[in-house]
Design a binder for this molecule. Structure first.
Ligand SMILES: *Cc1c(COP(=O)(O)O)cnc(C)c1O
Ligand SMILES: [Zn+2]
Length: 412
């Protein structure tokens, strides 16, 4: 059982009233929080009940999900992605601990699958036949993937500038693709309008509150995988602001259930070319203003963040902070993670790691800090961007003759 509540005016709506945003406050101010009766859940969801759960996906958290979902209807593994410690990186940064949560280990290779599975299930429960989304690429790939899995037709609105690998993902999963000769923000508005007139379910970020409920599961997993001993800081890449809001919701849910006894500070990492949340945060505003976004990190390239109000609230409540990084810094850290750790993430994910670097440079990290970096998507999604960051290719071409091979090996 849950209630829905407008983030701005506080008006509540019952569970069975499906709405995207508060009719009084509109799309940007009127995004919806889903609120559970946690006292009812408290007895059944405990540390020992979680430890006894064999389920190895986000379905572990069924009592805290706003849909009726189980394995009879979905078989792909979503969530329970790896979390590991990188002691060498911690040492390099001069901090007490560095942890990496790698969400590229999801079916469509990004964190977005956590949101999509909840949204699609909601669409099914409500009797929708067609699901659609606007996206910079990953939400689209995720919807195309899980739409195929659930047997639901998918319609995608994406900017024409979508990286080629993400476009191929959409095509191979069989989605109907509408390439928009404009940016993500225009794609968003067009999708919103067409869904309303056609009666399609709109999975787009921000206006669909069920996405956030899926995204929050990454925070639950962090709690469990760190044995309920949370890091001091969590670095999160921010575009529309849904992931950071979801993570905050997840930590708060577990805090209110008494499963953790303190909350981490959240650090929003944005590209210098797409700084809407950063700007609003540093200006102490509760709502972002439109910027003209341009960055190589396409998944966080957003003019007007659709979950900006919740993201700013999460930063405020968590005593968090925001940091900007250049495209160059993003590409350099992407390469550093790949060549140094064997982790190949997309630029938008590397932004979280670049953000920590920057934070360190700003002298804002303490030597006793334990830090977690959230990696949100796979490097295979944008090879052209990755290639730009490669500083030195160690590569020779040889004739298949012994002489030539041994001669040229000397150059390595
Ligand atoms: C969507 C996405 C983000 C940003 O998430 P928001 O909820 O839009 O802030 C970051 N990284 C990747 C890889 C993404 O796909
Ligand atoms: Zn309202």
């Amino acid at each position: 059982m849950f209630l829905q509540q407008c983030v701005s005016c506080g008006k509540q709506f019952p569970q069975d009233q499906f709405l995207y945003t508060c009719p009084d406050c509109g799309d940007l101010k009127g995004t919806i929080d889903i609120i559970y009766d946690l006292t009812a859940i408290k007895n059944s969801l405990t540390i020992s009940s979680l430890k006894a759960t064999a389920e190895n996906s986000i379905l572990r958290y069924a009592p805290l999900l706003p849909v009726d979902i189980n394995h009879s209807i979905f078989r792909l593994k979503i969530g329970m992605t790896p979390l590991f410690e990188a002691p060498d990186l911690a040492k390099k940064q001069g901090i007490a601990g560095l942890y990496i949560k790698d969400d590229s280990y999801n079916p469509s290779l990004s964190l977005k699958d956590r949101a999509t599975v909840i949204s699609i299930q909601k669409a099914k429960e409500l009797g929708y036949r067609i699901v659609a989304t606007a996206s910079t690429g990953n939400a689209a790939a995720s919807l195309a993937c899980l739409g195929a899995h659930f047997g639901m037709p998918v319609i995608i609105f994406v900017p024409e500038s979508i990286p080629p690998a993400k476009l191929v993902q959409l095509q191979i999963y069989g989605a109907s693709i509408i390439l928009i000769k404009a940016n993500y923000d225009r794609a968003f508005d067009i999708c919103r309008e067409v869904c309303t007139s056609k009666g399609w379910f709109n999975r787009s970020t921000g206006i669909n509150p069920f996405n956030l409920e899926g995204k929050k599961t990454v925070a639950f997993e962090i709690c469990e995988q760190m044995n309920f001993d949370l890091p001091d800081l969590v670095f999160i890449p921010v575009g529309d602001g849904c992931i950071i809001s979801g993570i905050w919701k997840g930590f708060k849910d577990f805090y209110q259930l008494g499963l953790i006894d303190r909350l981490p500070r959240l650090i929003a990492c944005q590209a210098a070319g797409s700084p809407a949340v950063y700007n609003a945060f540093t200006d102490h505003k509760t709502e972002p203003e439109t910027v003209n976004a341009k960055t190589i990190a396409d998944s966080i390239s957003v003019d007007l963040p659709r979950d900006g109000v919740k993201a700013l609230r999460a930063l405020k409540e968590s005593d968090g902070d925001a940091v900007l990084i250049s495209d160059q810094e993003i590409l350099a850290t992407q390469q550093e993670l790949a060549a140094g750790q064997g982790i190949f993430c997309e630029p938008s994910a590397a932004a979280a790691y670049a953000g920590m670097h920057k934070y360190r440079k700003l002298n804002k990290l303490n030597s006793d800090d334990r830090v977690l970096i959230l990696l949100t998507g796979s490097g295979m999604k944008d090879l052209a961007a990755a290639e730009k960051g490669i500083k030195k290719k160690v590569q020779i071409t040889v004739d298949p003759k012994k002489d030539d091979i041994y001669q040229k090996l000397k150059a390595l």
